[in-house]
Write a protein that binds this ligand. Structure first.
Ligand code: GDP
Ligand code: MG
Length: 422
């Protein structure tokens, strides 16, 4: 079984915890896009873990984890993340972690460029996580990237780094910054590259063999549908493809078809960074929801923007992801509300629509809000029948309005705090 698990909304839907829950049946977990610009939080019997680069399967002893060619990897961050986990007793070896030789290294100058650009933009900034993601993807497509496989050939790499740094300095000095020194970059690559090198391999070969042997593979996405570079709220997107159909490509087996796509969707909305967020809540109302959901960025600590469940945005997310079914997360977070707002449609230029617009039309969209009855504490419920009627009504409405069946509902962050619906 080849399954992709993806975000339906703006990211932070709780993918990490769902992968942790649903990955027990899988032999291999692959990350296929992005870098350390987002965080997955997983709480299980071994503790609380924040993963930025490593696939969530790293927390399971029998799972092999793959970081695919679609990823961009900050070597220093990788070394730190591996050390934090190893210190907590997680075993990480070339047997359970395999990094594609085609993945791109995110260099210190990418981070620097990201910061310089955000500062240059000042009040027009995009809300970048300042981890160098946009610059490193841009360099990949400029064919000026350093691949993980290059780390295995340090002698020839030094020459290549000198050329790339010369080119990069045209940009760096353009920002009024001191030029980057090639020697510093080579030292950095040697230091952290030698740490990463044992994990670097041709993962395509490993994955093709696994497919032929009938192994179960799960592809784990970072961020959500609305952050996809092509189909998201461009330019307030990430720089990678966050959609399920990209999973086999970004993992390393482009000729392989997925069997199943699981969409992770939150019972309300959150959005990190800038860009249109039609049904955004403000003031006291927002503060209460943010506090109840613990909505502060896992990678950056930034307070997340919050809002009610958004039907047009979620319908669109489900469509572009091609989700077969949904895991609805964080239902318990709404427990404190007497009545629960839902954005059931948008109004654009006086016309009501259920479709998610792009471009300028999205900027003009206004939310149409309907209120549902509050349902109180659901954190102890472990079956659909146990849920209060008002909660059942809320879930059925979401299911009907988005047109996709809900098969799991999470009611807490712990591994067992969920409901499975047959
Ligand atoms: P991801 O990026 O999609 O993996 O999501 P994040 O980890 O950034 O954000 C999800 C947060 O919600 C994490 O802190 C989780 O521990 C927490 N979480 C996940 N599911 C639930 C749930 O059902 N209820 C509550 N209260 N918290 C949850
Ligand atoms: Mg996250």
């Amino acid at each position: 079984m080849l399954t992709s698990i993806v975000g339906i909304n703006w990211g932070d839907e709780g993918k990490g915890r769902m992968v942790d829950l649903l990955s027990s049946d899988y032999d291999i977990i692959c990350r296929y896009q992005g870098g350390n610009n987002a965080g997955h939080t997983v709480i299980n019997d071994r503790g609380k873990f924040v993963l930025n680069l490593l696939p969530s399967g790293i927390l399971r002893e029998t799972t092999v984890n793959v970081m695919g060619n679609g990823m961009v990897i900050d070597l220093e961050h990788l070394a730190g993340e591996i050390k934090t986990l190893t210190d907590k007793g997680i075993k990480i070896t070339p047997d359970n972690l395999k990094i594609s030789d085609k993945a791109i290294v995110c260099m210190p100058y990418h981070k620097m460029q990201d910061i310089m650009e955000e500062e240059r933009l000042a009040d027009k900034k995009f809300g970048s996580t300042r981890r160098g993601i946009a610059p490193v993807y841009a360099d990949k497509y400029m064919k000026k990237g350093i691949r993980m496989g290059d780390l295995l050939h340090m002698d020839t790499l030094s020459e290549k780094v000198k050329d790339i740094v010369d080119w990069k300095n045209i940009t760096v000095t353009g920002y009024g910054h001191e030029p980057v020194k090639a020697e510093d970059m080579i030292d950095w690559l040697k230091k952290y590259g030698s740490f990463a090198a044992p994990f670097v391999t041709d993962v395509s070969e490993f994955l093709s063999d696994a497919v032929n042997e009938g192994k179960d593979i799960m592809f784990e996405a970072q961020l959500g549908a609305l952050r996809d570079i092509d189909f998201g709220i461009y330019p307030y997107t990430s720089s990678s493809q966050t959609l399920a159909s990209f999973a086999p490509i970004g993992a390393g087996i482009p000729g392989t078809k997925l069997d199943k796509i699981i969409g992770i969707m939150k019972a309300y909305s959150t959005c990190v960074g800038e860009g249109p967020f039609t049904a955004e809540m403000f003031g006291d109302e927002a503060e209460k929801l943010r506090a109840s959901g613990g909505e502060y960025g896992a990678a950056t600590g930034r307070p997340r923007r919050v809002g009610p469940f958004d039907v047009p945005a979620s319908r669109y997310g489900i469509k572009v992801q091609g989700a077969d079914f949904i895991a609805l997360t964080k239902l318990d977070v709404l427990s404190y509300m007497d009545e629960i707002p839902v954005c059931i449609a948008y109004e654009i230029d006086g016309i009501k629509t259920f479709d998610f617009p792009t471009g300028d039309r999205l900027n003009r969209a206004k939310p149409v809000i309907e209120y549902f009855a509050g349902f109180g504490d659901v954190s102890g419920c472990r079956s659909f029948d146990e849920l209060p009627d008002a909660a059942k009504k809320y879930i059925r409405f979401i299911e009907e309005s988005t047109g996709c069946p809900i098969k799991y509902i999470s009611v807490g962050a712990g591994r067992d705090e969920y409901i499975a619906i047959d």
